[in-house]
Ligand binder design. Sequence first.
Ligand code: SF4
Length: 461
Amino acid sequence: MRSLVLIGHGSHLNSESASAVYRYAELLREKGTFDEVIEGYWKEEPSLRQVLRTVSFTDVTVIPMFISEGYFTETVIPRELGLGHQGPVPKDGIARVIGGRTVRYTLPYGVHPAMSDVILDRAREACPDLDGKDTALVIIGHGTTRNANSSRVVYENADRIRAMGIFSEVSALFLDEDPRLSTWPDVTTSPRVVMVPFFASEGWHTLETIPDDLGLTGPVSELEGRVVYYAKPTGTHPKVADVISNLAEEARGASPRGGELDGGHEAAWQAFEAKASLGLRMGEILITPHDGLFEVRHALDEGRDFLKTYVTPEGLRDVVREDERGEQRPIRTLRSLPRGWRGVFDRANLRRAVHFLYPAVVEESFACSSHALHWTPWATTARRQTGIYAKVASAKPDLVASVSKEVCGSCLRTRLWAGEKLPKTFFDGVPGALPCAEACTLLVAEVREAMSSKGKAAGHH
Ligand code: SF4
């Protein structure tokens, strides 16, 4: 039995970033290669720190859903997952035993050689009567002078496709580094030019920056006396799901190194199901058993009729990602669960629905009730931060306390990491008692923000 974990960046502010990861998770669930497919995020829940606690099986493959190697795939994700590795990831990935699970961490999907086929597919979609003799291919990368990896993957694809001899010319051009996209009329000579953006998702760059810079008039434009075909981004192609499966299969070769053991995932869910079959309140939700099924709703909607009914965990997931004002809920235990819905699930789907509603809360609360939850003090979390967040390590305790009072004040969880005690959890009949074992990324980001604005304010005086 194998678990697949897809890691996305996510965002504290909008749910778009997570959507691409959800879509691939769904495609891979349908393919059925893995017994379970879970998503984890840097800026949303389940967080990178929690996600390994939420997997059911001991054979776990973790794939970063990024288009190229870089800071997140080499530094942030390995650090937060506790892989004991920093820096470039070898071709066949990294394998570790963590908490009794064999965890295989792969390269990001974007660097897999099969992405060249995805680029070709995108080119053929944009220009169905593609004729190699008179057609140039331009692969558009983002590029950044800060990290050579970002452009390397684009050059590698250009080399691979050039060697296939399908196009008269193949070029790699970039938005943020040389050679720039604007040089396309000089670097290509063919009368027809197919442009394929090597981007993870459809967004600001693919929909606005690139078309505006090029002066495109539609999917097919006449520019500089040539016909330019503009393709959809590579990252949204359904074939990416196959690329991910291939990556996961290849990662099986990597053999693990030892590490500490723990357990309890299955025990936590069985204890949860035993409680749920008697009726259970957990956080803001109410679970009621009905003829072998379970009904889940907001506890304040108890007894209300005419609630919108969801029968798939995914349907419910999309509802609880935003509050009633349409704002993103990066931390799912914020007291802003929208009302007006109900979910009806069998036992297996109940697990998934609760995982989407409150990621990692069952596992962590069960561990807390059994006095087995390890918590991490603020100083450790702060010291672990890198990049723009590294400075939170020097935040004054009173600043952390005041920011935390504000942020955590609207969260259901009790801050064990700040010395608060939680003798009972919802498992012991206290619905709102959910543990917080470690400061979340929202709090880290807010502390950083507070330090920056304080610094700015001080600079004014
Ligand atoms: S740090 Fe605060 S806001 Fe974040 S999960 Fe914990 S209690 Fe909630």
